[in-house]
Ligand binder design. Structure first.
Ligand code: LLP
Length: 406
Protein backbone atom coordinates (compact mmCIF):
# COMPACT_ATOMS: atom_id res chain seq x y z
CA UNK A 1 0.00 0.00 0.00
CA UNK A 2 1.05 3.56 -0.67
CA UNK A 3 0.69 5.42 2.64
CA UNK A 4 0.94 8.88 1.20
CA UNK A 5 -0.10 10.82 -1.88
CA UNK A 6 -0.65 14.39 -3.02
CA UNK A 7 -4.22 15.64 -2.78
CA UNK A 8 -5.88 17.78 -5.47
CA UNK A 9 -4.23 20.94 -4.03
CA UNK A 10 -0.78 19.34 -4.22
CA UNK A 11 -0.53 18.88 -0.44
CA UNK A 12 0.94 15.70 0.97
CA UNK A 13 -1.65 13.39 2.43
CA UNK A 14 -0.83 10.45 4.64
CA UNK A 15 -3.43 8.02 5.92
CA UNK A 16 -6.04 10.38 4.49
CA UNK A 17 -4.78 13.30 6.63
CA UNK A 18 -3.41 16.59 5.29
CA UNK A 19 0.25 17.05 6.27
CA UNK A 20 -0.17 20.78 6.97
CA UNK A 21 -3.10 20.14 9.29
CA UNK A 22 -1.14 17.42 11.09
CA UNK A 23 1.75 19.87 11.57
CA UNK A 24 -0.67 22.47 12.98
CA UNK A 25 -2.40 20.00 15.30
CA UNK A 26 0.59 18.07 16.65
CA UNK A 27 3.46 20.49 16.04
CA UNK A 28 6.79 19.62 14.43
CA UNK A 29 8.95 17.65 14.32
CA UNK A 30 6.53 14.75 14.39
CA UNK A 31 6.58 11.15 13.22
CA UNK A 32 3.39 10.36 11.31
CA UNK A 33 2.65 6.65 10.87
CA UNK A 34 0.16 5.09 8.47
CA UNK A 35 -1.44 2.29 10.46
CA UNK A 36 -2.75 0.64 7.28
CA UNK A 37 0.77 0.53 5.91
CA UNK A 38 2.06 -1.28 9.00
CA UNK A 39 -0.77 -3.79 8.81
CA UNK A 40 -0.44 -4.17 5.04
CA UNK A 41 3.24 -5.08 5.24
CA UNK A 42 2.67 -7.55 8.08
CA UNK A 43 -0.09 -9.20 6.06
CA UNK A 44 2.06 -9.26 2.92
CA UNK A 45 4.88 -10.96 4.82
CA UNK A 46 2.50 -13.54 6.33
CA UNK A 47 0.84 -14.17 2.98
CA UNK A 48 4.19 -14.59 1.21
CA UNK A 49 5.28 -17.19 3.76
CA UNK A 50 1.85 -18.82 3.77
CA UNK A 51 2.06 -19.30 0.02
CA UNK A 52 5.43 -21.08 0.14
CA UNK A 53 6.16 -22.66 3.50
CA UNK A 54 4.33 -25.23 5.56
CA UNK A 55 5.57 -24.05 8.92
CA UNK A 56 6.78 -20.54 9.62
CA UNK A 57 6.62 -17.67 12.07
CA UNK A 58 7.06 -13.98 11.27
CA UNK A 59 8.52 -12.07 14.17
CA UNK A 60 8.63 -8.25 14.42
CA UNK A 61 12.19 -7.11 15.20
CA UNK A 62 10.95 -4.44 17.57
CA UNK A 63 14.26 -2.56 17.76
CA UNK A 64 13.20 -0.94 14.49
CA UNK A 65 10.22 0.89 16.05
CA UNK A 66 9.81 0.15 19.75
CA UNK A 67 6.61 1.94 20.65
CA UNK A 68 3.60 0.38 22.40
CA UNK A 69 1.16 1.25 19.64
CA UNK A 70 3.38 -0.39 17.03
CA UNK A 71 3.87 -3.52 19.14
CA UNK A 72 0.10 -3.70 19.54
CA UNK A 73 -0.56 -3.50 15.79
CA UNK A 74 1.83 -6.38 15.08
CA UNK A 75 0.48 -8.46 17.97
CA UNK A 76 -2.99 -8.00 16.49
CA UNK A 77 -1.71 -9.03 13.06
CA UNK A 78 -0.44 -12.30 14.51
CA UNK A 79 3.31 -11.69 14.44
CA UNK A 80 5.77 -12.83 17.09
CA UNK A 81 8.18 -10.34 18.63
CA UNK A 82 11.99 -10.03 18.83
CA UNK A 83 13.23 -8.05 21.83
CA UNK A 84 16.89 -7.20 22.37
CA UNK A 85 16.85 -5.88 25.93
CA UNK A 86 14.90 -5.85 29.18
CA UNK A 87 13.40 -2.53 28.10
CA UNK A 88 12.06 -3.87 24.81
CA UNK A 89 10.75 -6.90 26.70
CA UNK A 90 8.88 -4.63 29.13
CA UNK A 91 7.36 -2.65 26.24
CA UNK A 92 6.32 -5.79 24.34
CA UNK A 93 4.65 -7.23 27.45
CA UNK A 94 2.95 -3.91 28.25
CA UNK A 95 1.55 -3.87 24.73
CA UNK A 96 0.01 -7.30 25.31
CA UNK A 97 2.36 -9.53 23.32
CA UNK A 98 1.92 -13.18 24.24
CA UNK A 99 5.20 -14.04 26.04
CA UNK A 100 5.23 -17.40 24.27
CA UNK A 101 5.71 -15.51 20.98
CA UNK A 102 8.66 -13.45 22.23
CA UNK A 103 12.29 -14.11 21.20
CA UNK A 104 14.80 -12.62 23.60
CA UNK A 105 18.06 -11.54 21.94
CA UNK A 106 21.35 -9.93 22.87
CA UNK A 107 25.11 -10.50 22.79
CA UNK A 108 25.57 -9.23 26.35
CA UNK A 109 22.42 -10.10 28.27
CA UNK A 110 22.65 -9.28 31.96
CA UNK A 111 21.53 -11.50 34.82
CA UNK A 112 18.67 -9.08 35.40
CA UNK A 113 17.55 -9.33 31.78
CA UNK A 114 17.77 -13.12 31.71
CA UNK A 115 15.82 -13.30 34.95
CA UNK A 116 13.14 -10.97 33.56
CA UNK A 117 12.87 -13.12 30.43
CA UNK A 118 12.55 -16.32 32.45
CA UNK A 119 10.05 -14.78 34.86
CA UNK A 120 7.96 -13.50 31.95
CA UNK A 121 8.07 -17.02 30.47
CA UNK A 122 9.25 -15.83 27.07
CA UNK A 123 8.90 -18.54 24.49
CA UNK A 124 12.49 -18.46 23.27
CA UNK A 125 15.82 -17.12 24.42
CA UNK A 126 18.31 -16.79 21.58
CA UNK A 127 21.59 -17.77 23.22
CA UNK A 128 24.59 -15.83 21.92
CA UNK A 129 27.66 -17.19 23.73
CA UNK A 130 29.05 -19.66 26.23
CA UNK A 131 29.05 -17.26 29.17
CA UNK A 132 25.35 -16.78 28.70
CA UNK A 133 24.75 -20.55 28.76
CA UNK A 134 26.34 -20.80 32.20
CA UNK A 135 24.41 -17.80 33.50
CA UNK A 136 21.15 -19.11 32.14
CA UNK A 137 21.63 -22.55 33.67
CA UNK A 138 22.28 -20.96 37.05
CA UNK A 139 19.03 -18.99 36.84
CA UNK A 140 16.71 -21.75 35.66
CA UNK A 141 15.83 -23.05 39.12
CA UNK A 142 14.05 -26.15 37.85
CA UNK A 143 12.33 -24.41 34.96
CA UNK A 144 12.63 -25.49 31.33
CA UNK A 145 13.47 -22.88 28.69
CA UNK A 146 13.38 -23.23 24.93
CA UNK A 147 16.45 -21.72 23.30
CA UNK A 148 17.96 -21.15 19.88
CA UNK A 149 21.70 -20.79 19.40
CA UNK A 150 22.88 -17.78 17.42
CA UNK A 151 25.78 -18.56 15.12
CA UNK A 152 27.77 -16.22 12.94
CA UNK A 153 27.85 -18.02 9.59
CA UNK A 154 30.86 -16.20 8.08
CA UNK A 155 28.71 -14.64 5.39
CA UNK A 156 28.95 -10.96 4.56
CA UNK A 157 25.86 -9.17 3.27
CA UNK A 158 26.44 -6.07 1.16
CA UNK A 159 25.59 -3.23 3.58
CA UNK A 160 27.12 -0.53 5.80
CA UNK A 161 29.83 -2.00 8.06
CA UNK A 162 27.97 -0.89 11.21
CA UNK A 163 24.96 -3.05 10.31
CA UNK A 164 26.75 -6.07 8.83
CA UNK A 165 26.60 -8.86 11.42
CA UNK A 166 27.24 -12.28 9.87
CA UNK A 167 30.98 -12.04 9.18
CA UNK A 168 33.37 -14.42 10.95
CA UNK A 169 34.78 -11.62 13.10
CA UNK A 170 31.44 -10.51 14.56
CA UNK A 171 30.41 -9.53 18.07
CA UNK A 172 27.24 -11.57 17.55
CA UNK A 173 26.78 -15.30 17.96
CA UNK A 174 29.24 -18.17 18.23
CA UNK A 175 31.69 -18.90 15.43
CA UNK A 176 31.19 -21.83 13.09
CA UNK A 177 34.21 -23.43 14.76
CA UNK A 178 32.81 -23.11 18.29
CA UNK A 179 29.21 -23.91 17.39
CA UNK A 180 29.45 -27.72 17.73
CA UNK A 181 30.72 -27.43 21.32
CA UNK A 182 28.05 -24.87 22.20
CA UNK A 183 25.39 -27.12 20.68
CA UNK A 184 26.64 -30.11 22.67
CA UNK A 185 26.65 -28.06 25.84
CA UNK A 186 23.09 -26.84 25.31
CA UNK A 187 21.89 -30.34 24.49
CA UNK A 188 23.46 -31.67 27.68
CA UNK A 189 21.99 -28.95 29.90
CA UNK A 190 18.96 -30.12 31.85
CA UNK A 191 16.27 -27.49 31.56
CA UNK A 192 17.49 -26.07 28.24
CA UNK A 193 15.63 -27.23 25.18
CA UNK A 194 17.70 -26.45 22.08
CA UNK A 195 15.14 -26.15 19.28
CA UNK A 196 17.33 -24.76 16.53
CA UNK A 197 19.79 -22.23 15.22
CA UNK A 198 19.62 -18.52 14.48
CA UNK A 199 21.62 -16.28 12.19
CA UNK A 200 21.38 -12.64 11.15
CA UNK A 201 23.76 -11.49 8.45
CA UNK A 202 22.92 -7.82 8.28
CA UNK A 203 20.34 -5.11 7.86
CA UNK A 204 19.28 -3.03 4.83
CA UNK A 205 20.19 -5.92 2.53
CA UNK A 206 19.26 -5.32 -1.10
CA UNK A 207 20.36 -8.72 -2.36
CA UNK A 208 18.99 -12.12 -1.32
CA UNK A 209 21.95 -14.27 -2.45
CA UNK A 210 23.83 -14.15 0.90
CA UNK A 211 20.90 -15.90 2.62
CA UNK A 212 21.51 -19.00 0.53
CA UNK A 213 25.14 -19.14 1.71
CA UNK A 214 24.13 -18.52 5.32
CA UNK A 215 21.55 -21.31 5.32
CA UNK A 216 24.06 -23.65 3.69
CA UNK A 217 26.58 -22.86 6.44
CA UNK A 218 24.08 -23.39 9.24
CA UNK A 219 22.91 -26.67 7.67
CA UNK A 220 26.36 -28.13 8.35
CA UNK A 221 25.77 -27.80 12.07
CA UNK A 222 23.03 -30.40 12.33
CA UNK A 223 19.38 -31.13 12.11
CA UNK A 224 17.02 -29.07 14.28
CA UNK A 225 13.29 -28.37 14.09
CA UNK A 226 13.69 -24.57 13.78
CA UNK A 227 15.86 -22.22 11.75
CA UNK A 228 15.64 -18.49 12.41
CA UNK A 229 16.80 -16.57 9.35
CA UNK A 230 17.01 -13.19 11.02
CA UNK A 231 15.28 -10.37 9.06
CA UNK A 232 17.39 -7.92 7.09
CA UNK A 233 15.29 -6.95 4.07
CA UNK A 234 16.21 -3.45 2.92
CA UNK A 235 13.82 -0.58 2.35
CA UNK A 236 13.66 2.06 -0.39
CA UNK A 237 14.70 5.46 0.96
CA UNK A 238 15.62 7.27 -2.25
CA UNK A 239 16.63 5.24 -5.29
CA UNK A 240 17.34 1.85 -3.69
CA UNK A 241 15.59 -1.11 -5.30
CA UNK A 242 15.13 -3.73 -2.58
CA UNK A 243 13.64 -7.10 -3.46
CA UNK A 244 9.88 -7.24 -2.95
CA UNK A 245 8.58 -8.99 0.16
CA UNK A 246 7.58 -11.90 -2.10
CA UNK A 247 11.04 -12.17 -3.71
CA UNK A 248 12.74 -11.98 -0.34
CA UNK A 249 10.51 -14.64 1.23
CA UNK A 250 10.87 -16.90 -1.82
CA UNK A 251 14.66 -16.71 -1.58
CA UNK A 252 14.68 -17.53 2.11
CA UNK A 253 12.20 -20.39 1.80
CA UNK A 254 14.02 -21.83 -1.23
CA UNK A 255 17.32 -21.70 0.64
CA UNK A 256 15.88 -23.49 3.66
CA UNK A 257 14.11 -26.10 1.58
CA UNK A 258 17.23 -26.73 -0.51
CA UNK A 259 19.58 -27.20 2.42
CA UNK A 260 17.36 -28.29 5.30
CA UNK A 261 14.30 -29.91 3.76
CA UNK A 262 10.60 -29.18 3.82
CA UNK A 263 9.60 -29.82 7.41
CA UNK A 264 11.73 -27.11 8.99
CA UNK A 265 9.97 -24.28 10.87
CA UNK A 266 11.29 -21.04 9.36
CA UNK A 267 11.31 -18.05 11.67
CA UNK A 268 11.95 -14.65 10.10
CA UNK A 269 12.63 -11.44 12.03
CA UNK A 270 11.96 -8.44 9.80
CA UNK A 271 12.16 -5.02 11.39
CA UNK A 272 12.96 -2.34 8.84
CA UNK A 273 10.88 -3.83 6.02
CA UNK A 274 7.74 -3.75 8.16
CA UNK A 275 8.03 -0.17 9.37
CA UNK A 276 10.39 2.03 7.30
CA UNK A 277 7.97 3.16 4.64
CA UNK A 278 5.00 3.53 6.98
CA UNK A 279 6.22 6.80 8.41
CA UNK A 280 7.10 10.36 7.43
CA UNK A 281 8.72 13.00 9.61
CA UNK A 282 7.32 16.52 9.46
CA UNK A 283 9.60 19.48 10.15
CA UNK A 284 9.14 23.25 9.98
CA UNK A 285 11.72 25.40 8.22
CA UNK A 286 13.29 27.92 10.61
CA UNK A 287 15.90 29.52 8.40
CA UNK A 288 17.14 29.65 4.83
CA UNK A 289 20.60 31.03 4.10
CA UNK A 290 23.18 31.02 1.38
CA UNK A 291 26.73 30.06 2.55
CA UNK A 292 28.21 28.77 -0.69
CA UNK A 293 25.34 26.21 -0.62
CA UNK A 294 21.74 26.92 0.28
CA UNK A 295 21.16 25.76 3.86
CA UNK A 296 17.63 25.07 5.02
CA UNK A 297 17.48 24.81 8.82
CA UNK A 298 14.67 22.75 10.38
CA UNK A 299 13.37 22.29 13.93
CA UNK A 300 14.69 18.70 14.36
CA UNK A 301 17.70 16.78 13.12
CA UNK A 302 20.01 14.17 14.61
CA UNK A 303 17.89 13.93 17.76
CA UNK A 304 15.01 12.47 15.71
CA UNK A 305 16.95 10.86 12.82
CA UNK A 306 20.48 9.67 13.54
CA UNK A 307 20.75 7.45 10.48
CA UNK A 308 22.40 9.97 8.12
CA UNK A 309 25.09 10.60 10.73
CA UNK A 310 25.65 6.95 11.74
CA UNK A 311 25.41 5.22 8.37
CA UNK A 312 25.56 7.96 5.75
CA UNK A 313 21.91 7.14 5.08
CA UNK A 314 20.20 9.19 2.39
CA UNK A 315 16.66 10.55 2.58
CA UNK A 316 14.36 12.52 0.34
CA UNK A 317 12.89 15.81 1.47
CA UNK A 318 10.01 17.78 -0.02
CA UNK A 319 8.03 20.87 0.89
CA UNK A 320 4.73 19.33 2.03
CA UNK A 321 2.55 21.55 -0.17
CA UNK A 322 4.96 22.20 -3.07
CA UNK A 323 6.58 19.00 -4.31
CA UNK A 324 9.36 19.25 -6.86
CA UNK A 325 11.30 22.47 -7.29
CA UNK A 326 14.67 23.59 -8.59
CA UNK A 327 16.55 25.03 -5.60
CA UNK A 328 19.47 22.79 -4.67
CA UNK A 329 19.63 22.67 -0.85
CA UNK A 330 21.12 20.97 2.14
CA UNK A 331 18.47 20.35 4.81
CA UNK A 332 20.19 20.76 8.16
CA UNK A 333 19.06 20.02 11.68
CA UNK A 334 19.19 22.39 14.65
CA UNK A 335 21.99 20.63 16.54
CA UNK A 336 25.38 22.09 17.35
CA UNK A 337 27.51 20.24 14.87
CA UNK A 338 28.15 20.35 11.17
CA UNK A 339 27.36 16.67 10.66
CA UNK A 340 23.74 17.32 11.59
CA UNK A 341 22.41 17.28 8.04
CA UNK A 342 19.25 15.32 7.25
CA UNK A 343 19.71 15.41 3.48
CA UNK A 344 22.29 16.89 1.14
CA UNK A 345 21.68 18.08 -2.40
CA UNK A 346 17.91 17.87 -2.47
CA UNK A 347 15.77 19.96 -4.81
CA UNK A 348 13.12 22.03 -3.06
CA UNK A 349 10.58 24.54 -4.33
CA UNK A 350 11.77 27.93 -3.04
CA UNK A 351 11.88 26.92 0.66
CA UNK A 352 10.89 29.62 3.16
CA UNK A 353 10.69 29.86 6.95
CA UNK A 354 7.38 28.39 8.08
CA UNK A 355 7.24 25.80 5.31
CA UNK A 356 6.48 22.27 6.45
CA UNK A 357 9.04 19.79 5.11
CA UNK A 358 8.44 16.08 4.90
CA UNK A 359 11.03 13.28 5.02
CA UNK A 360 9.57 9.94 3.94
CA UNK A 361 10.62 6.47 5.10
CA UNK A 362 11.59 7.37 8.66
CA UNK A 363 9.70 4.56 10.41
CA UNK A 364 12.67 2.25 10.91
CA UNK A 365 15.30 3.19 13.49
CA UNK A 366 14.01 6.79 13.62
CA UNK A 367 12.00 6.98 16.84
CA UNK A 368 14.13 4.00 17.92
CA UNK A 369 17.38 5.98 17.83
CA UNK A 370 15.89 9.30 18.97
CA UNK A 371 17.76 11.09 21.72
CA UNK A 372 17.87 14.33 23.68
CA UNK A 373 21.04 15.87 22.28
CA UNK A 374 21.10 19.59 22.98
CA UNK A 375 18.18 19.10 25.36
CA UNK A 376 15.80 18.71 22.45
CA UNK A 377 12.59 16.92 23.49
CA UNK A 378 11.80 13.86 21.40
CA UNK A 379 8.95 14.17 18.86
CA UNK A 380 5.48 12.68 19.18
CA UNK A 381 4.28 9.64 17.25
CA UNK A 382 0.96 10.15 15.47
CA UNK A 383 -1.01 7.30 13.92
CA UNK A 384 -3.14 8.16 10.89
CA UNK A 385 -5.83 6.06 9.26
CA UNK A 386 -8.80 6.84 7.02
CA UNK A 387 -8.49 10.56 7.62
CA UNK A 388 -8.26 10.31 11.42
CA UNK A 389 -5.15 11.13 13.41
CA UNK A 390 -4.44 9.98 16.94
CA UNK A 391 -1.51 10.73 19.17
CA UNK A 392 0.12 7.50 20.41
CA UNK A 393 3.28 8.99 21.96
CA UNK A 394 3.17 12.60 23.14
CA UNK A 395 5.98 15.07 22.57
CA UNK A 396 8.52 15.26 25.36
CA UNK A 397 8.61 18.41 27.46
CA UNK A 398 11.28 20.25 29.41
CA UNK A 399 9.81 18.59 32.52
CA UNK A 400 10.60 15.20 31.00
CA UNK A 401 14.20 16.34 30.55
CA UNK A 402 14.36 17.07 34.29
CA UNK A 403 12.30 14.08 35.45
CA UNK A 404 15.23 11.84 36.40
CA UNK A 405 17.12 14.38 38.45
CA UNK A 406 17.50 13.33 42.09
N1 LLP B 1 17.07 -9.86 14.16
C1 LLP B 1 18.20 -9.52 14.79
C2 LLP B 1 18.83 -10.45 15.72
C3 LLP B 1 18.77 -8.26 14.55
O1 LLP B 1 19.89 -7.91 15.15
C4 LLP B 1 18.12 -7.35 13.67
C5 LLP B 1 18.67 -6.02 13.42
C6 LLP B 1 16.93 -7.77 13.07
C7 LLP B 1 16.44 -9.03 13.34
C8 LLP B 1 16.14 -6.88 12.16
O2 LLP B 1 16.82 -6.51 11.03
P1 LLP B 1 16.06 -5.65 9.92
O3 LLP B 1 14.99 -6.50 9.33
O4 LLP B 1 15.50 -4.41 10.57
O5 LLP B 1 17.13 -5.33 8.97
N2 LLP B 1 20.10 0.90 13.46
C9 LLP B 1 20.45 0.34 12.17
C10 LLP B 1 19.94 -1.07 12.00
C11 LLP B 1 20.45 -2.04 13.01
C12 LLP B 1 19.91 -3.43 12.83
C13 LLP B 1 20.34 -4.32 13.91
N3 LLP B 1 19.74 -5.60 13.94
C14 LLP B 1 19.91 1.26 11.08
O6 LLP B 1 19.25 2.24 11.39
O7 LLP B 1 20.15 1.01 9.89
Amino acid sequence: PQPSRLDERGVLEIGGCDALELAREFGTPAYVVSEDDLRGRARAMLAAYGARAERFEVVFASKAFPCTAVYRVFAEEGLGCDVASGGELAMALAAGFDPARIYFHGNAKSVGELRAALDARVGTIVVDNGDEIARLEALLGGRTQRVLLRVTPDVRGETHAAISTGQADSKFGVSMADAPAAIARLQAAPGLDLAGLHFHIGSQLLDVVPYLRAVAAVAELGDFPIVNVGGGLGAAYTDERPPSIEEYVAAKVDAVQAHLGLDRVIVDEPGRALVANSTVTLYTVQSVKRNVSTWVGVDGGMSDNLRPMLYGARYEVQVADRFGGDVLCHVAGKHCESGDVIARDVMLDDPRPGDVLVTPATGAYGHALANNYNGVPRPPVVFVKDGDARLVVRRETSEDLLARDV
